[in-house]
Design a protein around this ligand. Structure first.
Ligand code: ADP
Length: 268
């Protein structure tokens, strides 16, 4: 049974249709990456799921229709992280920001303290706790926003270009951490990005172009269609390009997105 189901979504800005009869189902506990070039409709879809844009659709989340009546309950079980956290923070320190939502729910201070410790050490932001969120770098702000989303232990985590400002090496560590979190806590992750490198740990990859799902499948299935990806303007990750060439010479059997694994395969 799916944890999120979109049936026959139609949405337009004035006269421009962004989605027309769009359908999607997400399995619970999976990590799904929805990748597409700029303008493909990613942020619009996130806004629709957050109830920030009104659409004609039959959307069910946690088996409940996404409507005015259920919105609050559904939203409180989803962690959203948007691309630009600049308007997101309301407190003077990252610590207060992390505590904010749980305090509003009346959670015991001791429990909040414990949770802050757990989340900040998971994302390695302990040294940022006493900083003003607005003094942080873009990448640090994105990590703090992600930490805020995790504080509530959401059943679904929806990420919209949430790693855009985090540098490559750190992003790799965070993606790995999130994969472990996804496995351990069975949280469903839906990440929207234009950068295919970020899809490395997802179970399913969906390529979106002009509001249409162009490709949908597991890694090998999707990356076999790399010509389609190039055509719509998505950059194919270096590891995929390299492994394609190595495959031609029978040096490896399958396409590999993880550069580290690729190197160990070659050295075997
Ligand atoms: P993505 O996140 O994939 O870059 P968006 O969902 O932001 O795509 O945008 C999809 C299309 O909708 C784009 O052509 C964009 O110009 C248009 N669009 C986005 N927001 C608005 C808006 N508020 N009013 C009119 N058009 C918009």
């Amino acid at each position: 049974m799916s944890i999120l189901k979109i049936n026959n979504l139609t949405f337009r800005y004035k006269h421009k249709f962004i989605f027309d009869n769009f359908n999607l189902e997400i399995e619970p506990g999976s990590w799904v990456t929805i990748a597409g070039p700029n303008g493909s409709g990613k942020t619009t879809l996130v806004k629709i799921l957050a109830g920030l844009e009104k659409s004609y659709a039959n959307i069910t989340i946690f088996n409940k229709p996404l409507n005015k009546k259920n919105m609050h309950e559904i939203r409180s079980n989803i962690g959203f992280v948007f691309d630009n956290p600049d308007n997101f923070f309301a407190c003077e320190t990252v610590l207060d920001e992390l505590a904010f939502s749980l305090e509003n729910l009346g959670v015991y201070p001791e429990t909040i303290k414990k949770k802050i410790k757990e989340v900040s050490s998971l994302l390695k932001i302990d040294d940022l706790l006493n900083e003003n969120p607005y003094d942080l770098s873009g990448g640090e702000k994105q990590k703090a926003a992600l930490a805020c989303a995790l504080m509530l232990e959401p059943r679904i985590l929806i990420l919209d270009e949430a790693f855009l400002m985090i540098d490559v090496n750190e992003r790799e560590v965070i993606l790995k951490t999130l994969k472990e979190y996804n496995r351990k806590k069975r949280v469903t992750i839906i990440s929207f990005t234009h950068n295919l490198d970020e899809s490395i740990y997802s179970d399913r990859l969906i390529i979106l172009n002009n509001g249409i799902i162009t490709i949908d499948g597991s890694f090998p299935e999707v990356f076999c269609e790399e010509r389609v990806m190039r055509k719509i303007g998505l950059e194919v990750p270096f590891a995929i390009e390299l492994s394609e060439k190595l495959k031609v010479y029978n040096l490896i059997d399958d396409l590999e997105l993880d550069l580290e694994r690729l190197v160990s395969l070659i050295w075997k």
